[in-house]
Write a protein that binds this ligand. Structure first.
Ligand code: CA
Length: 240
């Protein structure tokens, strides 16, 4: 799996230690904080790939942090699992209603925790998983960092690879430069929007070798879109 960073927000040191060990064994990177306030500061700087959030925290509660995350545009779609000692149905419902994607009840098995995180990533952030993608003969292999068109290898830099991976898992939708920075690089604060244009240009150049540069469309005033439908892609009105 590509380097996935999990932000763990948990105030009990023994549990944090167990989670950190479990996740790192499974190949994830972890950042651990013991309060929602600290998590919020981190989130304002750099987005992780997944948040694992304890419900009961001193100070700002886990639920209040979920509300903050979901109300903030750049973190609105951040995959989030609520960790709770409460097994009451009502509480689970409240967490899910506020925007948690899933919950794990303490005590949890390490294997289950890892499985839940992987399932959530597949569902919410397929560009961060190892699933092979094939769209009209354009094949992207995340595990081997390999891209080919009809069997011919295409050379891409790491940023262009990430960008293509994101586009291929999110076809048809228009993304602004800011969204791409947040969703592909996890950061729009320290990276300039111009950077996106540079990587798009390089990605198109790479795809050109396979005759597929038209798959990345510029949508004037909005951003970029990956088209997976050949009939649209071949339409001359939609030139990149
Ligand atoms: Ca707690």
């Amino acid at each position: 799996m590509a380097a996935i960073t999990v932000l763990v927000v948990e105030d009990e040191i023994a549990i944090t230690t167990l989670i950190k060990f479990t996740l790192e064994q499974a190949g994830f990177d972890t950042v651990c904080v013991e309060s929602a306030e600290k998590a919020r500061l981190l989130l304002d700087n750099q987005l992780p790939d997944v948040v694992l959030l304890d419900w009961m925290l001193p100070g700002m509660s886990g639920l209040a942090l979920i509300e903050y995350i979901r109300q903030t545009p750049r973190s609105r779609d951040l995959p989030l699992i609520l960790l709770t000692a409460r097994s009451e149905e009502e509480d689970k419902e409240q967490g899910l209603n506020l925007g948690a994607d899933d919950y794990v009840t303490k005590p949890f098995s390490p294997r289950e925790l890892v499985a839940r995180i992987k399932a959530l990533l597949r569902r919410r952030a397929p560009q961060k998983t190892d699933m092979l993608i094939n769209i009209h003969g354009l094949v992207l292999n995340p595990q081997e960092k390999h891209v080919s068109v009809q069997g011919q290898k295409i050379s891409l830099g790491p940023s262009e690879f990430k960008l293509l991976h994101f586009f291929m898992t999110h076809p048809g939708r228009v993304y602004s430069r800011t969204q791409l920075l947040d969703l592909v690089w996890g950061d729009h604060v320290f990276v300039e929007e111009r950077t996106v244009d540079v990587h798009i240009r390089r990605l198109r150049r790479g795809l050109e070798a396979g005759g597929l540069m038209h798959l990345i469309q510029t949508v004037r005033g909005s951003g970029y879109r990956f088209v997976s439908d050949e009939s649209v892609a071949n339409d001359k009105h939609f030139k990149g």
